[in-house]
Design a protein around this ligand. Structure first.
Ligand code: HEC
Length: 139
């Protein structure tokens, strides 16, 4: 094989590999990282019924504390989202909605990395109101 042909084939293969690799990285970025929730929280019953009052209270708190990152409709497109290293999630999607109320409660209360913890800032009752409100984002 001529040398130039060889070089050409190598670069095509190289570019293809690079494209796949970066696509992989991009896809990974749009996927929330696994987050283990202890069983006692995962299976915890939500003590606050999903009434209109609770959902309304949750909405007020959500807009105040969470929408800057998670976006008004929970798509992870708040004004601060661009500055985050981690994907904040899509609250309308299956990954989020298939979790239990207890998992949402735990993640909100204790946080992780760029997700602030609200323990001590918001009462458990208020966190449950937000958990109830965030169910309304379901597509
Ligand atoms: C400073 C930005 C920021 C704010 C403010 C914020 N979050 Fe988050 N949140 C994140 C990020 C980033 C993640 C992803 C964390 C990770 O995967 O380690 C996250 C993850 C979550 C998750 C887990 C999502 C999933 O898909 O499992 C829940 C639930 C959550 N946030 C609820 C809230 C609630 C409720 C509030 C307001 C009380 C709030 N967040 C405020 C940045 C934020």
């Amino acid at each position: 094989m001529e040398k130039t042909k060889k070089i050409l084939i190598h670069s095509v293969v190289g570019i293809a590999a690079f494209t796949f690799a970066s696509w992989g990285l991009f896809a990974q970025e749009k996927q929330a990282k696994p987050w283990e929730v202890p069983a006692e929280y995962k299976n915890m019953a939500n003590p606050v019924p999903k009434t209109d009052e609770s959902i309304k209270a949750g909405q007020g708190l959500y807009v105040k504390y969470c929408a800057s990152c998670h976006g008004k409709t929970g798509l992870g497109d708040g004004v601060k989202a661009r500055m985050l290293k981690d994907y904040a999630g899509d609250f309308s999607g299956a990954y989020y909605q298939n979790q239990t109320d207890g998992e949402h409660f735990y993640k909100t209360k204790f946080g992780r990395n760029e997700m602030p913890k609200y323990e001590g800032k918001l009462s458990d009752e208020n966190i449950w109101h937000m958990v109830n409100y965030m169910r309304t984002f379901k597509k």
